[in-house]
Design a protein around this ligand. Sequence first.
Ligand code: NAP
Ligand code: MG
Length: 498
Amino acid sequence: MTTAENLSEKVRDFIASPRKMLINGKWTDAASGKTFETLDPSTGESIVQVAEGDREDVNRAVAAARTAFEDSPWSRMAPSAREKIMHRLADLMEENADVLAELEALDNGKNVAVARAVDVQLAIDYMRYMAGWPTKIGGDILPMSVPYAPDAKFMGYTLKEPVGVVGQIIPWNFPALMASWKLSPALASGCTVVLKPAEETPLTALYIGELICQAGFPEGVVNIIPGYGHTAGAALTEHEDVDKIAFTGSTTVGKIIVKAAADTMKNVSMELGGKSPAIILPDADLDIAIPGAASAIFFNMGQVCCAGSRLFVPDNLYDKVIDGLANEANNMKIGPGLNPENMINPLVSQIQFDRVMSYIDSGRGEGAEVIAGGGRSGDTGYFVEPTVLAKTTRDMKVVQEEIFGPVVCVQRYGDVSEIPALANDTVYGLGASIWTRDVGNIINIVPKIKSGSVWVNCHSILDAVMPFGGYKQSGYGKDMGKEALDSYLETKAVCIMA
Ligand code: NAP
Ligand code: MG
């Protein structure tokens, strides 16, 4: 049991006994009877045992989702009735927002106040935003000509229909938010779902499952199977009766899933990794750009798919920016996320800790200069100091590969004309930021950056209305915004001859 103190009564209750999986509206043990531990990353201690889903559980969940899709009223329900249930879920999430934030901080390690203000609030906002869509999803009436049947009259129209049973696989960095990113558009479209949260952080998805049961969804519309990727996740991606896989995670696993899904020609959407540039232009306001570049990488300990992990600085500002950035890094308070004053919290797991530390060693080995951080903090939990690597160059492993930790690689440049090539110099294309006061720079540079999001004088700003997703090996399909609906809907063309 975790030693975390001062937990609210609701959170204590929730972790007082092993958590089960949600299949067909009922909380059930794994068919194998197996459980796994979820850990508190600030201590490495167990929080609670969780049912470990595998192929048999996935089979049962998919069968429930299929029955719900074909026979329950969900996909044929009046759109306004579907909206009402989704709004009820958003209301319940709002009422329980503090509980969700606390559970997130406990399970993932992150700052509880940030989890409340950012992760959980965005999760609620997006559920609410999508709750407004069912009454607005419609097709078109199309003016048909049919040149080879000039004497007949035709009417053409399109119907938007839910894709069907959707398997959703999500990562551990924003567990509640990722659950909402996936569930909200699927539910708005009328799909039914089997969701597999990350093994490291199953708790907030399971808590949202409790709220789903209270909100009035028909049984089997949402099924939640905690478990491991190579077992439960693989069973979901290979399942013949799953129509679509929506995945957020690493590019490496994304490629495995696309290949597995190809056998049954599933619709897939992929939100994958990144190595996003933050680009300070010579005219930038450094009072904004330096703290902005720091938060672009250190927010959520760099465990952000669009983190500004490559920082580009012009020669004439280099020393000033490096000093300012080191100062920001050295002044961040490090400690457990349940204390809201601690802005640098543990990484999610021992595996991530080891991975990030080995990248820092690799950077040193390849000649990068450690200007701040570079080591472990404390001797329990998975704390890594916010780290600034200077004198990095394009060919270094730390510059090309996603570290997914609080490590920024600073590169210098001479002329603004070099920017597009530098920004696009990885296999990824998820996000980018430019820091400038010159609108001409914005107009010229934004179209040349190959990434799904570009922020100007800010970084990683997300909102329910803004579509989010990658170019290149950062994936395809969008989360958030109305674009997220596209991949959960089929378009049926209907032609009537008069
Ligand atoms: P990951 O290792 O790719 O895991 C993501 C999810 O996939 C987990 O639920 C995992 O299960 C599951 N999985 C692993 N192997 C699988 C397999 N063979 N078949 C089916 N599912 C499988 O990624 P992560 O380390 O959790 O998350 C970090 C990565 O996610 C980073 O690369 C980051 O950039 C990316 N990310 C992208 C976005 C975006 O929107 N583009 C957002 C957040 C994160 P387990 O529970 O066993 O791990
Ligand atoms: Mg955990």
